[in-house]
Design a protein around this ligand. Sequence first.
Ligand SMILES: *[C@@H]1O[C@H](CO)[C@@H](O)[C@H](O)[C@H]1NC(C)=O
Ligand SMILES: *[C@@H]1O[C@H](CO)[C@@H](O)[C@H](O)[C@H]1NC(C)=O
Length: 442
Amino acid sequence: MLLVKTLLSAVALLLTGVGRAQAQLDPLPLPTTCSGVPAMRYANTLASGWNVVKVAGNLRGVRTIVWDPLGQMLVSESGKGISVHTFGANGCINSSSTLIALGQLNHGLAITPDGKTLYASTERMAYQWAYDPATRKVSGQKTVVNGMVSGIHSTRNLLVVPSKPNMVLLQTGSTSNLDQQASNMASGRAIIKIFDMDKVPANGYSYNTGGEVVAYGLRNEIGFITDPNGMLWGVENSGDDFRRTVNGQAKDIHQNNPAEKLNYFGDPLTTRNAWYGYPTCFSVWDKSAFTDNTALKTGSHFVLSPSSSYKDADCDKTAVAPRLTFMAHSAPIWNAFDANATNMYVTFHGSWDRQPPTGFKVVQIPFTKKSDGSYDPVAAADSTQGYNDIFSAQNPAGCTANGLTMSNCFRLTAASWDPRGRGLFVGSDNSAEGEIYLLSKK
Ligand SMILES: *[C@@H]1O[C@H](CO)[C@@H](O)[C@H](O)[C@H]1NC(C)=O
Ligand SMILES: *[C@@H]1O[C@H](CO)[C@@H](O)[C@H](O)[C@H]1NC(C)=O
């Protein structure tokens, strides 16, 4: 009986481990260098206790990294398509090929836990393919969602729900900095929707009218992932150039506000129509900018023009507050858990709307497993110390951010924990060179 129980719990562990069939992969060594890969392009700083090795270079716009059940790495390269990479016995990449050549693909990439179905997105569409990990080939491209809006935020993140792989999450950002139409769910903007891929209509779902709303009021929830319990966590890019108007007096607050956000959504199969505040309610990073309301703390909601009819505190009645916040203008792109969700990692793409610039780094958010079995950041919601830098541009204050992908520093994007447990794979979409690094603990 005991043996049966142990076996059953081992099976349960395999199944719950974020649906990772990869748990059985043979280990690979951690290389110190990978021959044939160009040197790291940008000067960087590592936290003590961490190593970095560049595993791929000369890629195009790396945005998202996912893994098939054979431990092969699939990479969405914005402007090019999807590539697939195998690993040799030395732990480095030993073959790379183009899996899908489609220049409009620009970020979103997801794979079912059985490795047989891929999804990828363009600004306006999401597609599905049958995938064969053994041959590293796709077939049968099918439009599953169409009609997404066009605007300043063009990426549409995708995620397959691990426990129910026919259910797929697909996000859009706002079409402008303060997109008033996004307050209406039917606009299909600044929203995460969920679609049943077992019931796709002939020409695909229309984004705005199909599927169900998980959450809205999310200016640009560009990355999201589930924890080992299947609960959804995402990172949100908040607004630029903000001024706060109190009694007719406008004050520039953009340097250190609003906060970027780590949002908790709960179970994506059951959370519906949750409102996260945009375009009305934002989150404080630096409370010292709010001299008119000293009750505000880091992570508190605020409005741009408080009035007797709608005050900062009114947000708390209807908007879900972030679980943790990040420095204004960090531009978080992707989040990833390590194997046991001991930490979450977030890549910061870096800022243009702040002097000196910030971001251009990977941060680690310590997590804890609470007595009820849920995962949660260690830091309180009002903390500015909830995360630490593990890999940064050597001089973030000297990093330029011209356009979305140009800089004299890396522009960090993808984050994905190695299914073989060696560490965190991180991508850069700097237009000079798409790179992938493997960060590991010494
Ligand atoms: C890559 O390495 C793996 C593992 O050693 C091996 O099975 C495979 O044949 C290699 N592929 C290429 C293209 O060298
Ligand atoms: C994570 O889980 C694995 C297997 O369940 C275990 O061997 C390992 O020690 C854990 N690591 C940490 C940091 O808790």
